[in-house]
Design a protein around this ligand. Sequence first.
Ligand SMILES: *Cc1c(COP(=O)(O)O)cnc(C)c1O
Length: 422
Amino acid sequence: MTFQNTLEFAQQLDAKDSLSKYRNEFHYPQVAGKEVIYFTGNSLGLQPKRTQKYVDEVMKDWRELAVEGHFYAEKPWWDYHERLANGLAKVVGAKPGEISVMNTLTVNLHLLMVSFYRPTQKRFKILCEEKAFPSDQYMLQSQVRFHGFDPKDAIVEVKKRKGEHFWRKEDILQKIEETGDELALVLIGGVNYYNGQVFDMGTITKAGKAAGALVGWDLAHAAGNVALKLHDWDVDFAAWCSYKYMNSGPGNASGIFVHEQHLGKKNLPRFEGWWGTKKETRFLMEPEFDPIDTADAWQLSNPPILSLAPYLASLELFDEVGMEALIQKQQRIVSYLEFVLHEIDKAVASSFEIITPNERGCQLSVFLHGEGRALFDHLMKNGVITDWREPNVIRLAPAPFYCSFTDMYRFGQILKSGILNK
Ligand SMILES: *Cc1c(COP(=O)(O)O)cnc(C)c1O
């Protein structure tokens, strides 16, 4: 399809968009009495309107039933978290038993490392991408030191080539092969938070396992954004947060995936708590841990129901729409945004540089050469919420649930006036 940078054309795209009605399912911040153009769903997704009902329901059950709510609430609390497994399994391409929801992302990565980073004197290295998200770097470094190794020896970073803004798959595969039988674990962010690059998770997982390593993925920017087939790819484990593309609210609970082949094992090293032991015998309060046959074996505590309620509300939306339709719209809206950026670039004779490679999901990261903080302020003042990284990188993630093609057009006009009128 040939795009046009006109309001009329953008409105036509919206009219043909089967997801356009989902705009009404979300609350928008307002600037000067108008709904904002929201590009930061990769950081914190908007609040679905139905979330309030789910939270109110828990508040009501607590108010009226108190402790009895564990078993007699409309959605009983003792197995409330299990309600999320089916929906999440569809989002990440897993079997429901491979999913659990608990804690927060960095916490879960640490817990999963307990089981899946078991270094020996010979096989102790972890392969990751250079400049991984800081929390992941701290997590990996502290795990390595905890096991008595030096991060300088144990952490192998795959670098981008000089002058390039993305990682080459062949460089990752080469590094895996090079590290060979010293490689204990491959752990990469499935979608890079900075440049928006989507890694070929299937191929990289296969290569890591062929080298005799285990393979895990941090899916913070991937869950609810790109197509995932964790089970079929034979991924060992993964974790993600739910407040980015999954719209579950600030700091909310994290999902984990543990491949079926690791489930139901009593002797697998794991930090354990009472919510991971079999439900049938849990309340006998016996001293011996008997792991649940699912990824719930990694659960420690009875879960925060008030946090899970918004996650459940959000998953209901994902279930209704399905990842396929979301990804279809996402590809179209990101392509349209790319087109609009090129058009504005030409119109202002500037030099935008999109650093996101073609392997992408929802996000375009753009260098706005010659521009600075004043442009960002102009965007914010005109109701465009974006993420600005000094000196002049802007990250734009038009989440398909609640962004429209008209938003992309309007954004282009606001961007243009900001550059021309400085
Ligand atoms: C957002 C993000 C995190 C955040 O971790 P929390 O534990 O939820 O604070 C971690 N890693 C990556 C790659 C992220 O994108």
